[in-house]
Write a protein that binds this ligand. Structure first.
Ligand code: SF4
Ligand code: SF4
Ligand code: SF4
Length: 272
C-alpha cells in the first residue's frame, strides 16, 4: 500500500475540500465537482504508479474537458483569471474564486503545479503538439507574464469602474475569446520556439500565483544522489527545464515543475 500513498493523499485532500464546501455552502455541486476532480487526479497518479504510459494525458482530458466544456461553456463560469478577479471584486466566494484558491493559490503548497501537469485545459491541447522536449534553450521572456496578469486585472477593474452593465455576459464572452487567444498564442509559440510549453513559461498570467506558492510545495521530485550518474537525461526530457538533480528549493526553474514525471520515467538509474 505504501506505493499508493500519493493517490490516497490527493484523494483525501480533494474529498476534504469537497465535503467542507458542500456543507459550508450547502451546495451539492461542490461535492460532485471536487470529488470528480480528486478522483480523476488520483486515478492518473495510480495509473502512473502502475506504469501506464498515458496516465497523465487521461487525467488532463478528464479534468480539462470537464472544466472547459461543462463548467466554462455549458455552465458559463469564467474560470480564467478574469473570472477570478470578477468574483473577487463582487465579494462572492464561488466558482472561480474557490477554483483559484484550491488549484492555484493554496493547493500548490501541497501539490505544487500539479494543476499545470494534470488539469489545465490550455496545456491539455498544447501537450498534443510535437515539441514535448524543448528543442531550444529557454529564453528570458518570463516578464511577459506580469504584463498579461496586469492586463487581465486592468480589464476587469475597468469594467467595474466604468459601471458597465451585464458584466456576467461580458465575462462569458471574455472566457470564449480568452481561450481562443490562449490556444492561438500557445500553438504559435510552440512552433516558433519548438517548445510545447512556451506559453506556460513566458505568457500565462496564472503563473504569477503558481510560481511563488509552488516554491513551498510539499510534493516534489527528489534525486537520490547515491544512484545518480549525472547522465543529464532528466534535464533533456523535462518540458519545463527544471534541474531536478538539485534537491534544494532553489533548484534552477524549480517553481516550473509540473509533476509530469517524465524525468522519473526516463531516469536509467531510478534515482528520481
Ligand atoms: S502555466 Fe498556465 S497555461 Fe500552462 S499549464 Fe499552467 S495554468 Fe495552464
Ligand atoms: S536521469 Fe537519473 S541518473 Fe541521469 S542525471 Fe537524471 S537523476 Fe541522474
Ligand atoms: S520532467 Fe520532472 S522536473 Fe520536469 S516538470 Fe516533469 S516532473 Fe518536473
Amino acid at each position: 500500500m505504501k506505493k499508493y500513498r500519493l493517490p490516497i493523499i490527493l484523494l483525501t485532500v480533494f474529498e476534504a475540500v469537497a465535503i467542507t464546501l458542500w456543507l459550508t455552502k450547502n451546495n451539492l455541486f461542490y461535492l460532485f465537482n471536487f470529488s470528480y476532480i480528486g478522483l480523476s487526479i488520483s486515478l492518473g497518479v495510480f495509473l502512473f504508479i502502475r506504469r501506464y504510459n498515458y496516465a497523465r494525458r487521461i487525467v488532463q482530458l478528464l479534468v480539462g474537458l470537464y472544466m472547459l466544456i461543462y463548467l466554462g461553456l455549458i455552465c458559463q463560469e469564467n474560470m480564467q483569471i478574469e473570472g477570478f478577479w470578477y468574483y473577487l471584486f463582487t465579494g462572492v466566494f464561488e466558482a472561480a474564486t474557490i477554483h483559484y484558491a484550491v488549484a492555484k493559490i493554496f493547493g500548490p503548497l501541497i501539490f505544487g503545479r500539479g494543476w499545470c501537469g494534470y488539469a489545465c485545459w490550455t496545456a491539455m491541447v498544447l501537450d498534443f503538439l510535437p515539441y514535448k522536449e524543448p528543442n531550444e534553450p529557454r529564453r528570458n521572456l518570463g516578464w511577459i507574464r506580469y504584463i498579461t496578469f496586469a492586463v487581465s486585472l486592468i480589464f476587469v477593474s475597468g469594467l467595474f469602474l466604468a459601471k458597465v452593465g451585464n458584466i456576467e455576459r461580458i465575462m462569458f464572452l471574455a472566457f470564449v475569446i480568452g481561450n481562443i487567444a490562449y490556444y492561438g498564442t500557445g500553438i504559435a509559440l510552440a512552433f516558433a520556439f519548438k517548445d510545447n510549453r512556451a506559453f506556460c513559461k513566458y505568457i500565462c498570467p496564472i503563473t504569477v500565483f503558481l510560481k511563488p506558492m509552488s516554491y513551498f510545495s510539499m510534493i516534489r521530485i527528489k534525486c537520490d544522489k547515491e544512484k545518480c550518474i549525472s547522465c543529464g537525461k532528466c534535464k533533456r526530457v523535462c518540458p519545463m527545464n527544471v534541474d531536478v538533480t538539485d534537491n534544494s528549493r532553489k533548484r534552477k526553474n524549480g517553481t516550473e515543475c509540473i509533476l509530469c514525471m517524465e524525468c522519473v520515467k526516463n531516469c536509467p538509474k531510478n534515482a528520481l
